[in-house]
Design a protein around this ligand. Structure first.
Ligand code: HEC
Length: 131
């Protein structure tokens, strides 16, 4: 019985090493970032295209031009001219309204730089998916 439980635990652990969309195991920082994403962003955003209609999908956001995922963005976001580098994302997450005035994301910002850094690390580990 004990051995059987151990096998099940091992299978469960192997299964959690990476989902369909993220075959590489996440770094510890990205794992913390994933938990932060679930707590602070996932109510509106998803990583997968088409997964959520209340906010743009964020898979593969690092390196992407702002307002380019097919979401019905505000003019402010669409015309911001931003490329989402890690630094830009960090500043946007700290103070969304300062970086993109009049953008429509109802999120006041995340003050803790360590949390932002983990979040950006997680976002950088994601990839865009087909809708
Ligand atoms: C209350 C809903 C909501 C929450 C919570 C939220 N967002 Fe947003 N986010 C939006 C909306 C809506 C937009 C589009 C804004 C616009 O068009 O002006 C957006 C835009 C963005 C963009 C720009 C996307 C692009 O394609 O250019 C990024 C990056 C982003 N959010 C990251 C985050 C992260 C990371 C979190 C969690 C810390 C978060 N957001 C929390 C609703 C939300």
């Amino acid at each position: 019985m004990r051995r059987r439980l151990l096998t099940i635990a091992m299978l469960a652990a192997a299964g959690s090493c990476g989902g369909e969309h993220s075959p590489a195991p996440l770094s510890p920082a990205a794992q913390r970032g994933e938990a932060l994403f679930r707590a602070h962003c996932a109510a509106c955003h998803s990583i997968e295209d088409g997964g959520n209609i209340s906010a743009p999908a964020l898979g593969g956001i690092v390196g992407r031009p702002a307002g380019s995922s097919g979401f019905a963005y505000s003019a402010a976001m669409r015309n911001s001219g931003i490329i989402w580098t890690r630094e830009k994302l960090d500043r946007y997450l700290a103070a969304p309204r300062e970086v993109v005035p009049d953008n429509e994301m109802a999120f006041f910002g995340m003050a803790d730089p360590a949390m932002r850094s983990d979040l950006v690390e997680y976002l950088a580990s994601t990839r865009a998916t087909e809708p």
